[in-house]
Design a protein around this ligand. Structure first.
Ligand code: B1M
Length: 213
């Protein structure tokens, strides 16, 4: 039953149809499907397929843009339910979150922010294409425990290292957690990040670990 729905969800992303993706997201909620499962098992396979098609020249930038819009429309419907499912109301820690400078991919970063918020973290989401200096300034202003950095491009991952180097240079007591599709464990070790997760659910566990919880 939900497999059928998941297939339609993936197809709505491939079609870049934000009306259908939003309708299917609502249908999932009506049927009591876990919103995160709808994203990971339904919509994500579609977005990954568009990405693969783009990489091998079978899809072009407009398809990528439309897939992104369809994904965002679905998440907008699912997000309130993800927020409401959070159990903890105690503030577990403060996170300054962003997609690094030069990178405008926002969907994964926003999902991580939603999961952290619904799990009890106070999240300052600075958006996309955020310069290192702005991240550091915000982290200092709000006394952040963690800076969370998303990067989706091999060309922008280096900005994660730039932030870590700046934190070290200034002797700041803030941990840095990184993620994003091109980020690997090897990269994380190389840049000496404090935490890494390959998905949004894992990001919550890693953030809790960093807080000693
Ligand atoms: Co772009 N894009 N894109 N794109 N895009 C990729 C990333 C790409 C892999 C596609 C491909 O070629 N296969 C490729 C990168 C290649 C590379 O560097 N190796 C690529 C490219 C090349 C580009 C452009 C350069 C294209 C161009 O202009 N010629 C351009 C770059 C613009 C820029 O940033 N300067 C570009 C633009 C775009 C759009 C704007 C059109 C659109 C984004 C729309 C938006 O965000 N509003 C877009 C999209 C949609 C994609 C793909 C198809 C999907 C990304 C996505 O939203 N995934 C992507 C291919 C792919 O990833 N398969 C691709 C869904 C999202 C939920 O997953 O973001 O991975 P993700 O987040 C996951 C995890 O990674 C993790 O948790 C999330 C949830 O599970 N995670 C974290 C993410 N951040 C985390 C942080 C954490 C922890 C975990 O801690 C802090």
């Amino acid at each position: 039953m939900s497999q059928e729905l998941f297939k339609k969800m993936a197809q709505s992303i491939l079609d870049g149809d934000d009306e259908v993706s939003a309708e299917l997201a609502q249908k999932a909620l009506n049927e009591g499907i876990d919103p995160l499962a709808a994203i990971t098992d339904g919509f994500m396979p579609g977005v990954n397929e568009v990405g693969d098609n783009f990489a091998c020249g079978d899809a072009f930038l407009p398809e990528l843009v439309m897939a992104g819009e369809a994904m965002k429309a679905a998440i907008a419907v699912l997000e309130p339910a993800m927020m409401a499912s959070g159990v903890s109301r105690q503030v577990l820690g403060t996170v300054v979150l962003a997609t690094v400078e030069g990178d405008i991919h926002e969907i994964g970063k926003t999902l991580v922010g939603t999961m952290l918020t619904s799990s009890g973290f106070k999240v300052y989401d600075l958006g996309v294409d955020v310069p290192t200096a702005d991240l550091i300034a915000k982290a200092e202003e709000v006394g952040a425990d963690i800076i969370g950095l998303s990067a989706l491009l091999t060309t922008t991952m280096i900005k994660q290292k730039e932030v870590i180097d700046e934190v070290a240079k200034r002797g700041l007591k803030v941990m840095v957690m990184v993620g994003g599709a091109p980020v690997t464990k090897e990269w994380v070790q190389r840049i000496e990040a404090d935490g890494y997760s390959e998905d949004a659910i894992g990001a919550v566990s890693v953030a809790k670990e960093l807080m000693g919880l």
